[in-house]
Design a protein around this ligand. Sequence first.
Ligand SMILES: Nc1ncnc2c1ncn2[C@@H]1O[C@H](COP(=O)(O)OP(=O)(O)OP(=O)(O)O)[C@@H](O)[C@H]1O
Length: 198
Amino acid sequence: MQTVAKVFVISGPSGSGKSTLLKRLFNDFPGTFGFSVSHTTRKPRPMEKNGVDYHFVTRDLMAIEIERGNFIESATFSGNTYGTSIKAIKDVVETGKVCILDIDMQGVEAVKKTDLNPKYIFIQPPNYDALEQRLRGRGTEHEEAVLARLMASKAAMAHAQIPSVYDRIIINDDLESAYKDLQTTIFEQQKVDPFTTP
Ligand SMILES: Nc1ncnc2c1ncn2[C@@H]1O[C@H](COP(=O)(O)OP(=O)(O)OP(=O)(O)O)[C@@H](O)[C@H]1O
């Protein structure tokens, strides 16, 4: 099935269901989609392969590349910098796969300054309470992190309401409907010709 773009940006508050929906999409259409390989300044762990798990680079190289504007996002956690380069996204497309970028609103704005020309999709929770319930229900964050995510969700939701930021806003209330909506947004729809269709 043909997709409407070669790159899709998927954004939305933490807990809105991006990973859940994307996992399903990757499973249902094996070999169609790919994530870009991130860069990191941390040392590889045993079994990790350069260019597969991460592009392992030095701090100096990473700093230069970020300075040159070759990254759409980067962040430092416990002394190590991680980031997504524009080239890593193009590499996915060159292998014939459709690149899916799961990024925050700063990343979205950075992508808009590139020549990647993606479609922008926002995954929106049905409401704030449901988001809170899902974040707590997932049980992967401690209280402080849950509160920080809920706080950040307000800015992401406001940003998504600005016209022309996103091509499509998908409300993830019922998972089945949201997943159907995602597929309709991503895949080219067959046009029915009323003159040839019986
Ligand atoms: N439609 C839905 N109805 C109920 N629960 C859902 C729905 N979609 C996702 N969830 C649940 O909500 C939680 C958060 O979903 P998920 O981890 O996919 O969010 P996310 O947007 O990827 O978050 P993060 O940005 O933090 O990775 C998970 O426990 C998931 O099972």
